[in-house]
Design a protein around this ligand. Structure first.
Ligand SMILES: [Zn+2]
Length: 485
């Protein structure tokens, strides 16, 4: 036998051993048995909660962006909360932060326990009535839904959490752990007037939370990744955010005598170069944890790939990257060109052209790394600068904490076919401000929504299904009992 043949046979042997090992590994990975305790959902009055959400939607708490806008709706909203949740208001200590943000504190019976904290934001994004089936601030109740701006994002979640607390108090529930509800008033802009001030108030008063739970995460149909049932994704961190401006400068002139490589040409090249030169896909800790949590429940082929992630990493990164924009965004810093500006008139070559690239920074990277990458890609002819309002990626909360375990246990109890899994939340929430007051900051939105309903968030005909609202209330009640009872 020639030495070459021996090497070939040895290589083939090693290859088959490796494949056999990978198959065995996948075969031995079994779903974890879910331990469900005795669970009786609390009784929620459907009409009552639908009416409360409807009333909440009718108060147009638009994020105040400039002096032309009014804060009055926030004061109206505070009055509404007082009337809608009398039990909470009779026992909670209410603190108003920066005039319009709210903290409610419900004292627990055991002062040795750190408090639990529920977040929501009062503000909503604008909703010009064009294209809506009903007026966006009518709060119309029809076909089993409450319609209107904020019904999903995020007055639905706020009303569900408060209604859960209200019902528990009506049933004479006394929390052992102190409970906070913190509601900012400018999450849809930056959160810097509301949530940031609430968090620094808590920090100054040495209040450390056992957990903080905010909106975010999502409930997805698991079939997109070979899982039967629904994935209940819990954001354990959030990606960073930075807007980067590209600017090209060249002498302007009349558009009838254009010269090559003018400011618009240069800028267009730069935007194109950024689009075709992404940053590398990387497995952040939460992305790895997510795959670890989901893999045991996958169909065999998917399970084979994900259980052997360490060996098949390049292939998987590529496959997740091309599969769809969501899975792609879980693994990398994304660049989205969102604003372009050239001349003010159609017949002018502008002396200056600018583009804004909205970047969502992967966990483990930084705005500085992103800036350096873009500078390298666009070259010296383009000025690159960071626009105000950046946030670095948040720290990552761990998934071995009691709070995380209680959260997943509650999800399993309330939503029977949900598979909870941690993941890096790809958008931004108020929760990012709370890492100084808790190591356990999680984002979860306990609503099963159709793809159709999901696309209505921040868009026309936003609506919240009333059955989903009831279920979310039962979820919050159970989570309060499990974590604070
Ligand atoms: Zn929101």
């Amino acid at each position: 036998m020639s030495p070459a043949l021996i090497v070939l046979i040895a290589l083939a042997g090693a290859f088959f051993v490796l494949i056999a090992f990978m198959i065995l590994r996948a075969l031995l990975t079994k779903p974890i048995e879910v331990q469900r305790g005795e669970y009786q959902p609390i009784k929620v009055n459907k009409e009552r909660i639908a009416k409360k959400l409807s009333q909440a939607v009718q108060i147009p708490t638009l994020t105040v962006l400039d002096e032309s806008m009014s804060y009055q709706p926030f004061l109206d909203f505070h009055n509404f909360l007082e009337k809608a949740f009398p039990k909470i208001h009779s026992i909670a200590q209410r603190t108003i932060i920066n005039n319009y943000s709210l903290i409610y504190k419900i004292e627990g019976t055991d002062p040795s326990l750190k408090p639990g904290c529920f977040l929501a934001h009062q503000d909503v994004v604008p909703a010009p009535p064009e294209g809506w089936e009903v007026h966006p601030f009518s709060g119309a109740i029809k076909d089993g839904y409450v319609y209107g701006r904020g019904s999903q994002d995020m007055k639905g979640q706020m009303i569900a959490a408060l209604e859960a607390m209200e019902i528990l108090l009506e049933n004479n529930f006394k929390p052992r752990r102190t409970i906070y509800f913190c509601f900012g008033h400018d999450e849809e802009f930056t959160g810097k007037e509301g949530a940031k001030n609430i968090a620094s108030y808590l920090e100054k008063n040495n209040i450390q939370m056992e957990f903080v739970l905010d909106e975010g995460g999502t409930v997805l149909d698991g079939s997109i990744i070979g899982v039967k049932g629904m994935l209940a994704l819990i954001g354990t961190c959030e990606k960073g955010y930075v807007d980067i401006q590209l600017k090209a400068k060249k002498p302007g002139g009349h558009a009838s005598t254009p010269f090559k490589r003018n400011a618009v040409d240069l800028l267009s090249e730069a935007v194109y170069d950024v689009a075709i030169t992404p940053m590398k896909r990387k497995w952040s800790t939460p992305a790895k944890d997510m795959m670890k949590a989901i893999a045991p429940n996958m169909k065999f082929l998917y399970k084979f790939l994900f259980v052997n992630r360490d060996i098949l990493s390049p292939l998987l990164k590529w496959a997740l990257g091309i599969a769809n924009p969501v899975t792609d965004s879980l693994l990398k810093t994304t660049f989205a060109p969102t604003q372009l500006k050239g001349a003010d008139a159609p017949n002018v070559l502008p002396p200056e052209a600018t583009a804004t690239i909205n970047c969502r920074i992967n966990i483990g990277e930084s705005s500085e790394k992103v800036l350096n990458h873009i500078k390298k890609v666009v070259g010296k002819n383009i000025e690159v600068s960071v626009l105000p309002g950046k946030n670095e990626p948040s720290p990552v909360s761990d998934i071995i904490s009691d709070a995380y375990k209680t959260l997943t246990k509650t999800i399993n109890e309330v939503f029977e076919d949900f598979l909870p899994a941690p993941y890096p939340f790809i958008a931004a929430t108020d929760a990012k401000f709370y890492y100084n007051v808790s190591n356990n900051v999680y984002r979860f939105t306990p609503f099963l929504m159709s793809e159709d309903d999901r696309t209505r968030i921040h868009a026309i005909n936003e609506r919240q299904e009333i059955n989903g609202l009831v279920k979310a209330t039962q979820f919050f009640a159970r989570f309060i009992e499990n974590s604070c009872g």
